[in-house]
Ligand binder design. Structure first.
Ligand code: 9WO
Length: 251
């Protein structure tokens, strides 16, 4: 899978893709990630990427020309991408489902904005889709872009070594993750649940599923309404509610 990332801080993005799972995906050849310095696509002597906002007001706005030129250069070298993504709080919400959709494409371009924002004609001209990670503001699109590259990359076959960890991930079945423990069996006066030390694989699986359901019920009941629950899950959920003394209510 090919990613092209356009930024005024290429070293920041290079550093992030040079570590961990993403770096291994690049080395193995499953990922081809190129980072582009937006200033390389300017034509003026000062290599300007920003200008004052029409209508006045504080701060600067990203100029459209260098961004459109950068996308044209990428298309000329690497072909038309399956998606061009702009990161902004005004975008559609990025979710695991969206990560799955993007992981089925073979080429994605991500544009990282800075300053107060980007000229509104950019997404129109390059056919870009705006994505948001949530209701908060950061100083630029780089960190959100890296989150998207990471979430999508781990779904690309061959990037995460053990495919089982991707299949079992939180959200793979629409629930929060179960609690994890490692040695020692007692730490700070807190013990690991007995069942995890028992060696009874069926019991461990059941405990993990029940814990994931209980956590999701407590922390994200909205997810439970969307989750693909089977008969066993419904049985476990009934147990949880019964243990809590509210046999017929959810949430
Ligand atoms: C993209 C864009 C698309 C259409 C119209 C205007 C647009 N502006 C941008 C953009 O990249 N804005 C910048 C990124 C500049 C200001 C700070 N930026 C930003 C992105 N702050 N917070 C985010 C963000 C992104 C995704 N999820 C949460 C926050």
């Amino acid at each position: 899978m090919k990613f092209d990332i356009v930024t005024i801080f290429p070293r920041m993005v290079q550093a992030a893709v040079a570590e961990g799972v993403i770096s291994r995906g690049v080395v193995s050849g499953a990922l081809d990630i190129q980072v582009h310095d937006l200033r390389e696509h300017t034509t003026d002597r000062h290599r300007s990427v920003d200008d004052v906002p029409y209508g006045g007001g504080p701060g600067m706005v990203m100029k459209p020309e260098p961004i459109v030129r950068a996308v044209e250069a990428i298309m000329a070298r690497r072909g038309a991408p399956g998606a061009v993504i702009l990161l902004s709080p005004q975008g559609r919400r990025f979710t695991q489902r969206e990560a799955e959709r993007l992981s089925r494409l073979s080429h994605i371009v991500l544009i990282c904005g800075r300053y107060e924002g980007m000229d509104e004609r950019v997404p129109e001209l390059i056919g870009g889709e705006e994505l948001s990670l949530g209701d908060f503001v950061v100083s630029g699109g780089e960190l959100p872009a890296m989150v998207i590259v990471d979430a999508v990359s781990r779904l690309v076959p061959g990037v995460v070594g053990d495919e089982r960890s991707v299949a079992e991930d939180s959200f793979a079945r629409g629930l929060l993750d179960y609690p994890h423990y490692t040695r020692p069996a007692e730490f700070g006066g807190r013990v690991v649940p007995d069942v995890l030390l028992s060696g009874h694989h069926a019991e461990v699986r059941r405990w993990r599923r029940k814990s994931a359901l209980a956590r999701t019920l407590d922390r994200r009941p909205d997810l439970l309404e969307q989750a693909a629950l089977d008969d066993e899950d419904r049985g476990l959920l009934a147990e949880i509610l019964k243990e809590r003394g509210r046999p017929d209510t959810v949430g």
